[in-house]
Design a protein around this ligand. Structure first.
Ligand code: HEC
Length: 175
C-alpha cells in the first residue's frame, strides 16, 4: 500500500514540475518573437551574417525555436536564456541605440566571444553552425574597429557593464 502511494506522489510531483516549468517558460517569454526587427546594418554584410548565425537565436527577436524548446523542462531553460540574452543585447532593437551604445555593446560582445563565453557552450553542443572560426572573429574585430572606432576592440574597462539597459547587480560573477 505504502509503496504504491509513494509511486503516485512521485508521479504527481513529476507532473507538477513539468507543468510548472512549462508555465514558467510561457510566462518568461510570452510572445516568442516580438515584432521589432532591425533593418539597418550592425557591421558589414559579412559581419552581420556572422552575428546572425552565432547570436541571433538568443540576442534578437528572430529566434529559431527548435521543437524541443516547447518540451518542459527544457522549455523553461531555453526561455530563460533567450529572455536574459535579449535583456543584455537585443540586436532587433539595434536602431534604438546611440552610436556610442552600439560601440559599447559590440565591445562587450567581442570580449565575450574572445573569452569563449559566447555563444553559450550548451547551445554550441547542438548548433555546430554557430561556432566562430578565427577568421570570423578577425572579421568582426575589423568591422567594429572600422565602423565604430578602434577603442571598442579593446577589452572593456568595467568587467561587467551590462550593455543595453538597466544596471544589474553583478550576481552572475560566478560564470
Ligand atoms: C543560447 C543563447 C545565447 C547565444 C546563442 C548567445 N548568447 Fe550571449 N547571452 C546569453 C545569455 C543567457 C546571457 C546572459 C547571461 C550571461 O551573461 O551569461 C548572455 C549575455 C551576453 C552578453 C552580456 C554579458 C555580460 O556579462 O554583460 C553579451 C555581450 C553577449 N551575450 C554576446 C553574445 C554574442 C556576441 C553572441 C554570438 C557570438 C552570443 N552572445 C550568443 C545567451 C546567448
Amino acid at each position: 500500500m505504502k509503496g504504491k502511494n509513494w509511486k503516485r506522489y512521485t508521479l504527481y510531483g513529476l507532473i507538477a514540475a513539468l507543468l510548472g516549468s512549462w508555465a514558467g517558460g510561457v510566462l518568461l517569454i510570452g510572445e516568442r518573437n516580438p515584432e521589432a526587427r532591425n533593418l539597418s546594418p550592425i557591421l558589414t554584410g559579412e559581419g552581420d551574417k556572422i552575428l546572425k548565425r552565432a547570436c541571433f537565436d538568443c540576442h534578437s527577436n528572430e529566434t529559431r525555436w527548435p521543437w524541443y524548446s516547447k518540451v518542459p523542462p527544457l522549455s523553461l531553460g531555453i526561455a530563460y536564456h533567450v529572455s536574459e540574452a535579449r535583456e543584455h543585447i537585443n540586436f532587433s532593437k539595434w536602431d534604438t541605440l546611440s552610436a556610442h551604445k552600439k560601440g559599447e555593446n559590440l565591445q562587450e560582445a567581442l570580449h565575450e566571444i574572445k573569452e569563449g563565453d559566447m555563444p553559450l557552450g550548451t547551445y554550441l553542443m547542438l548548433h555546430e553552425e554557430a561556432r566562430l572560426s578565427k577568421a570570423d572573429v578577425d572579421k568582426i574585430t575589423r568591422d567594429i574597429s572600422d565602423l565604430y572606432g578602434p577603442q571598442f576592440i579593446l577589452p572593456p574597462k568595467k568587467k561587467h557593464t551590462h550593455p543595453g539597459d538597466e544596471d544589474h547587480d553583478d550576481e552572475d560573477e560566478t560564470r
